[in-house]
Design a protein around this ligand. Structure first.
Ligand SMILES: Cc1cc2nc3c(=O)[nH]c(=O)nc-3n(C[C@H](O)[C@H](O)[C@H](O)COP(=O)(O)OP(=O)(O)OC[C@H]3O[C@@H](n4cnc5c(N)ncnc54)[C@H](O)[C@@H]3O)c2cc1C
Length: 98
């Protein structure tokens, strides 16, 4: 079973911010993001604004992996067991957190 110190469900801007926040207080603890999305966290607002004005698409990425975070893409969390500190994804894989 994959084990992480911190487990974040979802891969949006909040997930990226949470990972960065954790890194400011814990440089070593392992962090995983499990997300249904096909891409790592990106900034949403430019999709309906700046990109229309010619902003390069590469500017949307939030560079979460640079924070030393494991990102599991295309996985939907289907259950959470707070007592055993585990979540299960739609591939039947359980992940534990501390
Ligand atoms: C095109 C666009 C333009 C926007 N422009 C603005 C703006 O100009 N100003 C503004 O204030 N806001 C704007 N917003 C809204 C803003 O982007 C959202 O408020 C913000 O993205 C919310 O971030 P979040 O991480 O909380 O949620 P979300 O971005 O909704 O992320 C949720 C994440 O959780 C994942 N997820 C959910 N359930 C599961 C599960 N069971 N298992 C695994 N993963 C799961 C989803 O796949 C997703 O990655 C815009 C949104 C869009 C789409």
């Amino acid at each position: 079973m994959p084990e992480f110190t911190y487990l974040i469900v979802g891969g949006g801007m909040a997930a990226d911010s949470a990972a960065r926040g954790i890194r400011t207080v814990d440089a070593k603890g392992s962090i995983a993001i499990i997300t249904s999305e096909s891409n790592p966290p990106y900034n949403r607002p430019p999709l309906s604004k700046a990109l229309w004005k010619g902003e390069p698409i590469d500017n949307i990425w939030r560079s979460t992996p640079e924070s030393n975070v494991t990102i599991r893409l295309r996985r939907t969390v289907v259950s959470l067991d707070v007592k055993s500190k585990t979540v299960a994804d739609d591939e039947g894989i359980s992940h534990s957190f501390q």
